[in-house]
Ligand binder design. Sequence first.
Ligand code: GLV
Ligand code: GLV
Length: 320
Amino acid sequence: MKKKLFITRKFPAHIVEPLEEFYDIEQWPEEELVIPREKLLEAVAHCEVLWVTLEDLVDDELLSHAPNLKLVTNLAVGFNNIDIPALRKYGVMATNTPGVLTNSTADLVFGLLLATARRIPESERYLRAGKWKSWYPMQLVGKDVSHTTIGIIGMGRIGQAVARRAIGFDMKVLYHNRRRRHEAEEMYGFKYASLEELLQQSDFVVIMTPYNKDTVGLIGEQELALMRDDAVLINASRGGIIDEVALYETLNKGKLWAVGLDVFEYEPIAMDHPLLTLPNVVALPHIGSASIKARTDMLMLNYNALAAYGQGKAISNRID
Ligand code: GLV
Ligand code: GLV
């Protein structure tokens, strides 16, 4: 008898179908809509393997509804949606998708740096609104990215990929991380800074740290107050790392040049969210890893873990 696999979203058929060799597959039929919680709790009652997106919460409650569950594959590198101690308690394995989205996400971070500094979305709105009457010297002037200081909070794979790109823009690179990155410091001249120093000295503050109990609300009122008045803040990790109320209040006082956000505390962000009323907020719908190659590679890393489990082989990229 084949093992039962439940997939919480409609994923591309050419990736899912080959798994029928090993699994009896059930799949939530919607590509765009999240499976309602009660349907998910029903679905996991019978499955041995569960394939989830970053929007599906795998916590004690879910695991207590899933007596046969052995493996969860998470279509993301970030796994704040998965309660690791609870997994251990229930003896369930899990995998994520590290490495394959590093460059795509770092590229998007640079897109946000340029978009915020040079007011690219605002300029495009200006053109489409028919406001372009002439060329004049101080029209839509922005800030340079090159020859400034970038401060990266969270120097994992993606943080380091952002830092390497910054070298090409002749930026001074500061970073803050739990562990020093001595090799990267020596090889590229990146400088370690305390969180306080980094916030005070950077023109661009980029958040790349994972989201967990230590980083919830890491950037709040006090941290924002330390930043330079014309600094730019970028977040492409997880929304809850920034206190959005404090961020709105800071921007509303005229502090900070701009903010670039690919992630929000609650996703999708509500269309009446105060941050969306500000012209210097560039807001994106969590597209950090959204290149065809990165998303395909992410699906394939999960596929490989599922195929390995289906054949009784060892599984890579475990996070449990
Ligand atoms: C996306 O946010 C991911 O963690 O892969
Ligand atoms: C993710 O891959 C990270 O370590 O930054």
